[in-house]
Design a protein around this ligand. Structure first.
Ligand SMILES: [Zn+2]
Length: 70
């Protein structure tokens, strides 16, 4: 699992890059700097999941408010 977490994403190459292969925080292939804070390989999937979670929690909150009002 730790090997999976140590993967970063290079936007320029459009590929995942292992943390251990970084050269001074830059991609070993194209040499562009990679932010170590962007850890997820597929950001749009992550945002989709986050959005679904927010909608789900909102729905549960709505149900709680309806339940409390009775
Ligand atoms: Zn690159």
């Amino acid at each position: 699992m730790s090997a999976e977490a140590a993967k970063l994403w290079c936007d320029d190459c459009d590929r995942s890059v292992g943390v251990e292969t970084l050269e001074d925080g830059c991609c070993p292939v194209c040499g562009s700097p990679i932010s170590t804070r962007e850890r997820q390989a597929l950001p749009w999937k992550f945002r989709l999941m986050l959005g679904a979670t927010v909608i789900y929690l909102g729905w549960r909150l709505y149900q709680l408010i309806v339940w409390l009002s009775h």
